[in-house]
Design a protein around this ligand. Structure first.
Ligand code: SF4
Length: 1571
């Protein structure tokens, strides 16, 4: 009997299913019904998403996946292709997700060509349909409502629509399905499935037949929508004459089991796409399974909202030549019912079928490669992409798209290469392409002729008619040559920079800014919302070209809680990537970023001609004064701007309040619409007319409203929108303006202020202005990049913000579609605030105004409220030192008072109506139990002093709580005593993460984001990297350290699942924690994290964090912990996942009351950071990043460290009294244990006495919604263990064979096959070895594994010293991740064709991100590695025969030898170690990022030559490398071709060391630095 599931996979899946079934929690999902009055999302029988309720919003759900493709190059159909695709699907099960019901997968499916023989047979036998010849009919799988009437209506609609296009319906067939293995949820939501056959009219071409089928489907879909919810479950998987999709809410193994069609021997195809989905929820959705109609997607589109808005707007001018008047029947072009992948699919389909673009060209246009900053790009390619950028903005985000229209099948990778894609080509013309290698395990190595990968921005295409692969270059040449793009671009594009210089040359505008600018008057500054702090703390430092830094988080209220006036931008928080997509490093990976953008009228998207690129290119969105002058006063090559005054009478505002502001906005929108109607290509919104009698509509309100009004009118793409404003000053102002639709912003008052300050400071005004522009532009890049967006063109209008405290009327008019969960102020309050600014600018009686100074950044008496008040700090330190409860009570009272004015929790009252069911205090669980739930925050050794770090550890160990290493590692000497931190953090920098480090932990915490700067990496300046810090981080003292913004092994949810699996393998006794930061959507992310098998989730507030960051991030990113905590708790409960994870609250918790509120909102454990630091002596000087902390808390300076007076007892005293205070509340509330209190929001209510005019507008009920009511059967806290599925690991099978040798310290060798589902091989054995032998490990090669096959992800994860692993075959991503002294060797199979083995340097041997965070050991790879090789390597030696992009990025130590070509951006951020690169072409310097390194010839140094030779010899010996042998055979000539890459900082420190040693000094460079 044939099985489509490999025995090993099947048994493992079955075991996993049994385990999970046994642990399955009871849960009651109430389908679509909800008492919520919030707008209902699409929630149907097939898609059982709950309604938006509490803080849960189904629109925020995410997914990511594994993708595979099997095809015959010549288009020869076979049964083997379908079967192999099925195997590939099953072997990617670990890349898919599974909810609380293990038999209900997240969705999987397969798309093939129409299997004619099979269809002809079953249509005849089962439905009496005689199908015409292949190519003369179409077929489609249709999901229908289970209700018979509704199903019939849906069928009628589709039949009618098909006939309306002049096509003949041949009949329906019911494909047999078997739901006996499906989980309850899949069965509950299972649709009726029928198959429709449609005949092709003889006169219609195959392509036009596809078009008519597309039209028929769209007409039927729109018809069904019009008939209301009864037909919501009508869904057409595909209806095509070329391809067909079988999919559903299935696990990968269930796809072939469920659809018996797929198991039939005559079901054959020449290609098959497969997809395994991992969603962030447990709610079933049959339609969201993939493949979609034309593609399947692994990744996430970050800019979806903006892309959808623009598509809607483009409907205004979209006209298909083929469809003519029928074009409008295809609208809408985007849908809220679909995911990002679904919308992408819709757009591709529209471009291909309605627009006539080849499918692959449509994908190239939507996911362009990084062309803007690539100096090596050929002109023809630049012209092609520049042209396409005029038609549409990129759909930005991590993306591997596999696509097909039957004629072509291909795959495309995003510009940053953030998803893996490997492929094999075989001798018999088959291609197997997938997220992993080895997914078709039966494939014999001798059959393979090519092993490759898809590179960033590249496309792989098979043309079945031509019978072969068209490589990226040839393909793009062919596409680019199809039209005269360069000619069109040259003739059509106008650049704003050219406009400006032309007008300057003609004397029509000023040639340069004034060299004697005056400071804008206080009238102007106050009216525009400037404060003294803005000028002194934010703008003045920007004359250096950089935004200033702050530290210790933010302790002032949200705008809506502030009693001070605030600008509209302050009501927005920047979103950031965490888990489901990665942020980007805008400095080290600048090559993929771009600020340039074409603006102005777009042409018809469904046409492609010279009119497409008649647009204006703006190089960056921050416009100079001269550019605005040119726009306002001149015309150029047919371009001119219409200016709209955005001011309105102050008298109107006084008399009409919000209505006046609303009316002014309405007038501005009308004028904008009129300008567009009259053909204006550009609009400038200008507030220059502001005066004593005219006040400005805040620029963000005016811009957002015009942008939305034009989208609604489908005219936004007809015009460019510029802003000339006084009120844009901080980076966040610009980020919001562009994020809500501005094409360009000129901050004229900020420029004047910069110029005037520059004169005072002796700097040329023009220099200061230009540096300010640079600083703001970089700030925008940073805001974009923290959300993982690469280009301003995609960011613009993408609305990557959450509003907090804005009411519906404001959102609906100005920021349509933005999330504002707590509602809030309307135009009345905005007008009142604007009037307060105006009145401060023009005081009554003609008084001279005082410059505003609210004390927003630094506390000042009578200014903005802060919750770290001087009095509270003094009180805390007194309480901590004296251990006096009375002192603590005084402190607590001060904190409660501060909370009332600054935080959401401060607005709550605990207990209702004063009637509380008290229990005696003596019956409340003791403080000794409560403190076990306490942890101190993740503060690295490096950011704080060793004394502070150890004091925190001792205190928490004494209490039975947990301290956290932070991301800097920990000295192994501390592991055995009371200085050991129970929580060992694993952050993106991977500093000091070794097998031994992981082994000595009770909890392993993956830091996904940091409160003070979510979406950003950290930097530790060289002067803080002392001997000790260098040792624990495995880096060079004195050399600064950079943490990448993303974990380079986590670009999506399934990547996080893999790291969790890695860590659990490295220490199965430790719980795995994932640290998230509060933002909208953190609930669905938390659900995904729980599905990824985390045991513990931390929700951090965006206001916490001790680290240094730019003020924009500290102030404007991340939400309060109360919101994120409640959202995570509610969403986990709703998903039935709450029982699987501990939820920890973290974010400026300072008192027992804070803990109680957090518990009532769903927190089980509680993190403290600034409180313990203050207890240890911190006086909030906020100089932590400067190394000048006066109390020795946050410094590495030896003299300042002596001033540290903190004692562990101070922290113990403080936290013990917090716990006692908690007990007091529990007694009053009637709770005997903490567990009883968790999630009891019924004990919280809003205290009306604490509200003011702004805060009274908030609706806090979503935070206070009872999670229990959402899912009455769910536990409110962790009650069950996660099943990590590591029991059947290959490691465990082999451990018995090596255990005795490890115990005895002897040698052993074990042989074994390995397959791709054998992941993290070596981690468990390393853990065992580390327990026995600690950091020292065993002598090299003591434990040898000789493996053969295709190793799964993370081969050799933290492989400990003494273990060697050799693999004959190949390996997937993350090989050698965290290598900890072991040896890893991978070389091609001896069964491979001789030509491949000889030319191994041309073929892939290991995947992406290999050696990430390696600390020690050696790796030899005979073949090429993917992207990001040796990223953050700090000590390992690695030899490889070629690498992709970003090699050696952030490397701090060790050696990397590349015996072949490299990709781009090599050595970006590399601060230590040495790389030797074979540069045969002499072109390496072009691909190397020279910012931090220098290049030299290896031949210049005998020592270097000797070192390099030793590595090459070792490589030859261990891998049998032909390449190495060839080089060695002519070493004299070979060595001359090697380039040495040496980091400048590292070279400096080496030189200093050498000088010291020559002088006989023993001091380290680090100490010399510090001194
Ligand atoms: S006292 Fe030290 S630790 Fe505290 S804020 Fe100031 S510099 Fe930072």
């Amino acid at each position: 009997m044939h099985s489509f599931v490999q025995p090993i996979a099947r048994s493992r899946l079955a075991a996993a299913a049994r385990r999970a079934a046994a642990a399955r929690p009871a849960r009651g999902l109430s389908s679509s019904s909800s008492s919520s009055s919030a707008p209902a999302p699409r929630s149907t029988q097939l898609s059982r998403f709950p309604a938006k309720q509490g803080l849960y919003d189904p629109a925020l759900e995410k997914d990511s996946c594994g993708v595979g493709l099997v095809a015959h190059l010549k288009g020869v159909p076979s049964r083997a292709i379908v079967k192999d695709a099925g195997l590939a699907l099953v072997n990617m099960e670990h890349r898919g997700g599974c909810g609380c019901d293990p038999q209900s997968g997240d969705g999987a499916g397969i798309q093939t060509a129409l299997p004619h023989d099979f269809f002809a047979r079953v249509a005849r036998d089962e439905a009496s349909i005689k199908l015409p010849a292949p190519g003369a009919y179409a077929a489609g799988n249709i999901f229908l409502p289970v209700d018979a009437d509704a199903a019939q209506k849906a069928k009628d609609l589709l039949v009618h629509a098909v006939k309306a296009q002049g096509l003949e319906v041949l009949g329906w067939r019911k494909p047999p399905t078997d739901n006996s293995t499906l989980g309850a949820m899949s069965v509950e939501t299972e649709p009726l499935i029928e198959q429709l056959f449609v005949a092709k009219p003889a006169a219609l071409s195959s392509t036009d037949f596809e078009r008519e089928l597309y039209m028929a489907r769209r007409v039927a879909e729109n018809g069904a929508k019009a008939l209301g919810p009864a037909l919501d479950d009508f869904y057409v998987c595909t209806l095509s004459g070329r391809t067909i999709t079988y999919k559903g809410q299935l696990t990968t193994a269930q796809v072939f089991e469920y659809y018996s069609d797929l198991r039939q021997d005559d079901y054959m195809s020449h290609m098959a796409l497969v997809h395994s989905r991992f969603s962030t929820n447990t709610f079933p959705s049959w339609p969201r399974a993939q493949p979609n109609r034309m593609l399947c997607h692994n990744g996430e589109i970050n800019t979806l909202k903006g892309n959808k808005n623009m598509l809607t707007s483009r409907e205004g001018v979209a006209h298909s030549t083929y469809f003519g008047e029928r074009t409008a029947q295809l609208f809408p072009l985007a849908s809220d019912d679909h995911s990002d992948s679904g919308n992408f699919d819709m757009c591709v389909e529209m471009l291909a079928l309605a627009g006539g673009r080849p499918l692959h060209e449509a994908v190239m246009m939507m996911i362009p490669e990084a062309w803007q900053r690539n100096a090596e790009l050929p002109e023809w390619k630049r012209a092609f992409y520049e042209f396409q950028s005029c038609a549409m903005e990129p759909w930005d985000g991590p993306a591997m798209m596999a696509f097909t229209d039957g004629r072509f099948v291909g795959a495309n990778l995003d510009r940053n290469g953030l998803r893996p894609c490997r492929f094999y080509v075989t001798k018999d013309d088959h291609v197997i392409l997938a997220s992993e290698v080895g997914v078709v395990a039966h494939l014999k190595e001798e059959e393979v002729v090519r092993k490759g990968r898809l590179e960033p921005g590249r496309m792989f295409l098979i043309d079945f008619e031509k019978g072969g692969i068209i490589d990226d270059l040839a393909l793009k040449q062919e596409v680019a040559a199809a039209r005269p793009y360069a000619e069109w671009v040259k003739a059509g594009l106008v650049r704003l920079s050219e406009w400006v210089t032309t007008k300057q040359a003609a004397g029509e505008i000023a040639a340069a800014p004034s060299d004697a600018p005056t400071m804008p008057s206080t009238h102007v500054l106050n009216a525009a919302g400037y404060t003294r702090e803005h000028l002194e703390m934010i703008l003045r430092p920007m004359a250096t070209g950089k935004e200033p830094l702050g530290s210790m988080g933010v302790d002032t209220p949200l705008a809506v809680l502030s009693s001070m006036p605030r600008m509209p931008s302050h009501y927005f928080k920047q979103l950031f990537a965490q888990v489901t997509n990665p942020p980007i490093d805008p400095i080290r990976e600048a090559s993929v970023m771009s600020l340039a953008c074409p603006v102005g009228p777009e042409a018809n998207l469904l046409d492609c001609g010279p009119s497409t690129c008649r647009r204006l290119v703006v190089d960056e969105p921050v416009l100079t004064l001269e550019a605005m002058d040119a726009l306002l006063t001149t015309t150029y090559k047919g371009w001119s701007a219409t200016t709209i005054d955005t001011t309105f009478p102050v008298a109107d505002a006084r008399s009409g309040g919000g209505s006046a502001l609303r009316a002014a906005i309405g007038r501005i929108c009308e004028q904008a619409s009129a300008a567009v109607s009259s053909g204006a290509p550009l609009i400038v919104l200008s507030d220059r007319a502001m005066s004593e009698t005219q006040m400005a509509v805040p620029s963000l309100l005016a811009t957002g409203a015009v942008h939305q009004a034009l989208i609604a009118a489908k005219t936004r793409t007809n015009v460019g929108l510029m802003v000339d404003t006084a009120d844009a000053k901080e980076v966040h102002d610009f980020a919001t303006l562009v994020g809500y639709g501005a094409d360009g912003v000129c901050p004229r008052v900020a420029y004047s202020a910069m110029g005037a300050m520059a004169v005072k400071d002796g700097v040329a005004p023009s220099t200061a202005m230009s540096k300010y522009q640079k600083a703001v532009s970089f700030g925008i890049l940073k805001v974009m990049s923290k959300m993982g967006i690469s280009t301003v063109q995609s960011y613009k209008g993408a609305q990557i913000f959450e509003a907090v405290g804005l009411g519906d009327e404001v959102i609906n008019v100005c920021f349509t579609g933005s999330t504002s969960r707590l509602k809030g102020i309307g135009f009345d309050v905005l007008t009142a605030d604007a009037l307060r600014y105006h009145d401060a600018a023009y005081p009554q009686g003609g008084r001279t105004p005082d410059f505003l100074n609210f004390g927003d950044y630094h506390w000042r008496d009578g200014g903005e409220a802060h919750y770290n008040t001087p009095a509270a700090m003094v009180a805390l330190q007194l309480a901590a030192r004296t251990n006096a409860r009375s002192a603590y009570d005084a402190y607590s009272a001060l904190i409660d008072e501060a909370n009332a004015g600054t935080t959401i929790r401060g607005l709550f009252q605990i207990g209702k109506d004063g009637i509380l069911p008290e229990v005696p205090l003596s019956e409340v669980e003791p403080a000794s139990e409560i403190v076990k739930r306490f942890a101190t925050g993740a503060m690295s050794l490096g950011s704080i002093s060793p004394e502070t770090h150890e004091a925190l550890a001792k205190a928490m160990n004494a209490l039975g709580g947990r301290s956290n290493t932070g991301e800097g590692g920990e000295d192994p000497l501390r592991f055995a005593d009371n200085r050991r931190s129970a929580i060992k953090q694993v952050a993106s920098g991977r500093f000091g993460v070794t097998s031994n480090y992981l082994t000595n932990a009770d909890e392993l915490q993956i830091k996904m984001a940091q409160g003070a700067k979510p979406g950003e990496g950290g930097e530790l300046p060289g002067y803080k990297v002392t001997e000790l810090i260098g040792k624990t981080r495995g880096t060079t003292p004195g050399v600064g350290l950079i943490s990448p913004p993303p974990h380079h092994d986590i670009y999506s949810i399934e990547d996080l699942a893999q790291l969790i699996y890695d860590l659990k393998s490295a220490n199965s006794e430790a719980r795995i924690s994932v640290k998230l930061v509060s933002e909208v959507g953190v609930g669905v992310v938390a659900a995904g994290v729980a599905k990824a098998k985390a045991d513990h989730i931390v929700i951090s507030g965006g206001d916490g964090g001790t680290g240094a960051a730019v003020w924009t991030s500290i102030k404007h990113a991340g939400m309060p912990v109360e919101i994120g905590l409640a959202e995570a708790h509610q969403t986990l409960v709703l998903n039935g996942l709450r029982s699987r994870v501990v939820l920890q609250a973290d974010g400026q918790l300072k008192s027992g009351r804070d803990v109680v509120v957090a518990a009532l909102l769903g927190g089980e454990e509680f993190g403290f950071a600034t409180g313990p630091l203050i207890a240890l002596g911190c006086i909030m000087m906020r100089k932590c990043h400067l190394n000048t902390c006066p109390v020795g808390v946050a410094t590495q300076d030896e003299e300042l460290r002596k001033k540290f007076e903190g004692q562990p007892e101070h922290v113990v005293n403080f936290l013990w009294m917090v716990a006692e205070e908690v007990r007091g509340y529990m007694s009053q509330l009637g709770f005997r244990s903490m567990s009883e209190m968790i999630g009891r929001t019924d004990r919280l209510s809003v205290d009306p006495a604490k509200l003011h005019a702004k805060s009274a507008t908030l609706d806090l009920s979503p935070i206070l919604m009872s999670a229990q009511a959402l899912n009455p059967e769910s536990p409110m806290f962790k009650t069950m263990a996660q099943d990590h599925g590591i029991a059947d690991r290959l490691d465990f099978k082999l451990l018995p064979q090596v255990r005795a040798a490890i115990d005895a310290g002897t040698r052993v060798t074990v042989e074994s096959p390995i397959v791709n589902i054998d992941r993290s091989f070596g981690a468990i054995i390393s853990n065992y070895l580390s327990k026995r032998h600690g950091e020292a490990g065993m002598p090299a090669g003591s434990v040898r594994f000789v493996l053969k096959g295709h190793a799964g992800q993370s081969l050799g994860f933290v492989l400990a010293r003494g273990i060697s692993v050799s693999v004959e075959g190949d390996a997937n991503d993350y090989a050698g991740k965290g290598l900890s002294g072991g040896e890893l060797v991978v070389f091609p199979s001896s069964e491979l064709d001789e030509s491949i083995r000889t030319n191994a340097h041309d073929h892939m041997i290991v995947g992406n991100t290999s050696l990430y965070g390696a600390t020690d050991g050696s790796a030899f790879f005979r073949g090429r590695a993917g992207e990001r090789f040796c990223v953050r390597n700090s000590g390992a030696v690695a030899v490889v025969e070629g690498v992709g992009d970003h090699g050696c990025e952030y490397m701090t130590g060790g050696r990397c030898v590349v015996l072949g070509s490299t990709g781009n951006n090599f050595a970006a951020g590399m601060s230590g170690g040495i790389a030797y690169v074979l540069d045969e072409e002499g072109t390496f310097h072009r691909r190397c990022n020279m910012e931090m390194v220098s290049l030299s010839s290896v031949a210049d140094s005998q020592a270097d030559m000797a070192e390099l030779r030793s590595y090459v010899e070792a490589h030859a010996a261990k891998t049998g490398s032909v390449r190495a042998e060839q080089l060695l055979s002519n070493w004299e000539a070979s060595v001359g071709k090697f380039v040495k890459v040496l980091p400048n900082d590292y070279a400096r420190v080496l030189a200093e060391r050498a000088a010291l040693s020559a002088l006989g000094g023993g001091a380290s460079a680090g100490k010399a630095q510090t001194a």
